[in-house]
Design a binder for this molecule. Structure first.
Ligand code: A3P
Length: 296
């Protein structure tokens, strides 16, 4: 269940290595066969790592800072997701949506590397990947609220933490997904960024991402871009905040723009919960060369 190439291979159970819910079968083959272009740009992140925030940044950098369109056209239509249309799970015609996009295409995915299209996993095509990472404690808390509000999870936070540790949550174990992508860093064009660094110095990350994409952000553009990307403004932006879906949620918060802070888990996690996650980090990341989250 926690397998990663870094630590000795997968435990092969079922077609999706126990990573995905069974409905994924509806799109597995189509995604595997999906044609890739070398100029595709992917944003990759385990769910609740700040993936959508990163997408919004990348979209503006690649679209001449078109704030008007960014406020009019929903992010899921500007920056489609490989495995879902953002509303229903795994029953969409992914190929049609993506094949009709203008190039270079901007595509988001939460998938484990083993589920990426064959043209990527076989190294036949070399798109760019911007990979966003976030500390496991805050991801776990954010996922709890996501499961509670959108997926009908009824248990306590403590119960959710146990499921999270066992990888029995939407899109499988955090550690496997993170390591599966990390393992590819020498074979593909990848930029790893951290949610925590975006919070600390967004301008620095914007410059880093732009340079990775061969773009520049004029300094006079920076204040407006940072303002557009701030938590408070994205929380109010209907093209970002999924407010059209809020009526379907049975929760008390919008899980897409909930709190937006670093260390939120400290107020609600017991020392035991934090200890379990840290122990799992130690177990899973030791010996993998993965260090990006370790200095927090
Ligand atoms: P919280 O639940 O901790 O608030 P993803 O897009 O990968 O699903 O990640 C969602 C998380 O990113 C949520 O975390 C959300 O609030 C946070 N987020 C979204 N936009 C943000 C922004 N502009 N600044 C900080 N955090 C943001």
């Amino acid at each position: 269940l926690y397998g990663s190439p870094s630590i000795g291979g997968f435990i092969e159970v079922g077609p999706f290595n126990n990573l995905m819910i069974s409905e994924y079968e509806n799109v597995y083959e189509e995604i595997k066969q999906f044609p890739i272009h070398d100029d595709d740009i992917f944003v990759v992140g385990y769910p609740k790592s700040g993936t959508r925030w990163t997408e919004e940044m990348v979209w503006l950098i690649c679209n001449d800072f078109n704030y008007g369109k960014a406020k009019e056209v929903d992010l899921i239509n500007r920056f489609p997701t490989l495995e879902t249309d953002g509303v229903s799970f795994y029953n969409i015609n992914v190929g049609k949506i993506l094949s009709e996009m203008e190039r270079p295409r901007l595509i988001k995915t939460h998938l484990h590397w083993s589920l990426f299209p064959n043209e990527i996993t076989s190294n036949a095509k070399k798109p760019k990947f911007i990979v966003v990472l976030r500390s496991v404690e805050d991801v776990c808390l954010s996922q709890f609220h996501h499961h509670r509000t959108t997926l009908g999870f009824k248990g306590s936070f403590e119960e959710f933490c146990k499921l999270f540790l066992a990888g029995k949550v939407l899109q499988g174990p955090y550690w496997s997904q993170v390591l599966s992508v990390w393992d590819q860093r020498e074979h593909h064009s990848m930029l790893f960024i951290r949610y925590e660094d975006m919070k600390k110095d967004l301008a620095a990350i914007i410059r880093q991402v732009a340079s990775f994409l061969g773009k520049t952000v004029p300094e006079e553009e920076m204040p407006r871009l940072i303002d557009h990307l701030s938590f408070d403004s994205l929380k109010k932006n209907p093209a970002f905040n999924h407010e059209d879906m809020l009526a379907q949620f049975n929760g008390d918060c919008n899980p897409f723009t909930r709190e937006g802070i670093v260390g939120g888990h400290k107020a609600v996690m017991t020392p035991e919960m934090i200890g379990n996650l840290k122990a799992m980090n130690e177990k899973m990341f030791r010996g993998t060369g993965f260090s990006l989250l370790n200095d927090e």
